[in-house]
Design a binder for this molecule. Structure first.
Ligand code: HEM
Length: 205
């Protein structure tokens, strides 16, 4: 290696290193040997909830009713029945329901959120809410499956018409979530009933 080529090699090494440092500086500064910057991990923001009061008064009755399923030749089919969505021996995917769940008296002082969250009715609520895209009934499996709306359903066609009262109620529940920052027991549930009282009012719509 001649003296000239030696100089050329050293120069190009210096240039490459200089280029490397410049690039790294351009990508956020610091050297590649520095620790990675701390990752921001803000606390999770609570998503919106659906109404527990409306669920137990207006949706649960649909899920335990013998429905004349067009897909089964009109033979009555119950969503929460065994072999379907029963929470013990159902085969209905993640929608699991206790058909015998007792209604919770929300006016009872003993019905604290913790106490209600330990009930079978609450587990039904959570499972059904899990099949909903909150605020978007049309995109929710809870309606798409029994309506065979671009999906297959192990239980076949349950609701033929979009204006079926049961469909309208389930859609109303999903389409009227509790205000952001309020939980499933919010008094905003009263507005989902007429008169606006979840204990005495009729289920909207
Ligand atoms: C109103 C009544 C009903 C509703 C709202 C409903 C809703 C649903 C939903 C949301 C799923 C998807 C679960 C998942 O993705 O994990 C599903 C699945 C299933 N359902 Fe139903 N269902 C109803 C009635 C029935 C009935 C009566 C039967 C039985 C005859 C049944 C049998 C099944 C089965 C076997 C599956 C799992 C296979 C699949 O994903 O399609 N369902 N149903």
């Amino acid at each position: 290696m001649t003296r000239r080529s030696g100089v050329a090699v050293r120069t190009s090494v210096v240039l490459v290193v200089a280029l490397g440092v410049t690039l790294v500086a351009g990508c956020g500064g610091g050297s590649p040997l520095d620790n990675a910057p701390d990752i921001a991990n803000p606390a999770g923001v609570r998503g919106q909830s659906l109404s527990f009061a409306y669920f137990q008064a207006c949706v649960q009755p649909i899920l335990v009713a013998p429905l004349a399923a067009p897909g089964a030749g009109g033979a009555p089919n119950t969503c929460a029945s065994s072999g379907c969505h029963d929470s013990v021996n159902g085969t209905g995917g993640a929608l699991r329901l206790a058909g015998q769940a007792a209604p919770v008296d929300l006016a009872d002082a003993a019905s604290t959120p913790e106490a209600v969250r330990a009930t079978a009715m609450y587990r039904n609520f959570v499972s059904a809410q899990g099949m909903a895209i909150i605020g978007a009934p049309e995109q929710s499996l809870l309606l798409a499956k029994p309506r065979l709306a671009n999906v297959l359903h192990g239980g076949g066609l349950i609701f033929e018409r979009a204006d079926d009262d049961n469909v309208r109620r389930i859609a109303y529940w999903i389409g009227h979530p509790m205000p952001q920052g309020q939980d499933e027991f919010s008094t905003a549930s009263n507005a989902l009933f007429t008169p606006a009282d979840s204990r005495t009012g009729r289920c909207n719509p």
